[in-house]
Design a protein around this ligand. Structure first.
Ligand SMILES: [Zn+2]
Length: 68
């Protein structure tokens, strides 16, 4: 007997260039902990998070819709 795991609550630990963060996965996509954007790969997510760190996203306040 197996209990189905809710994908809404799935979290994974991802590492990129020495930085380790805990992120939520939604239907197989990585969710940005800052603005809830979704990404297909860890690499894309970290590139996005780095943009947060350098404030290029927060400064421009772009809508989070680039993942489609
Ligand atoms: Zn974000």
């Amino acid at each position: 007997m197996s209990i189905p795991v809710s994908v809404e609550d799935e979290h994974v630990i991802v590492e990129y260039r020495g930085s380790i963060i805990r992120v939520q996965k939604v239907n197989g996509l990585y969710k940005c902990p800052y603005c809830d954007s979704l990404f297909f790969s860890e690499r894309d997510l970290f590139r996005h998070i780095l943009a947060h760190a350098t404030r290029t996203l927060t400064a421009r306040r772009e809508p989070s819709s680039r993942w489609h």
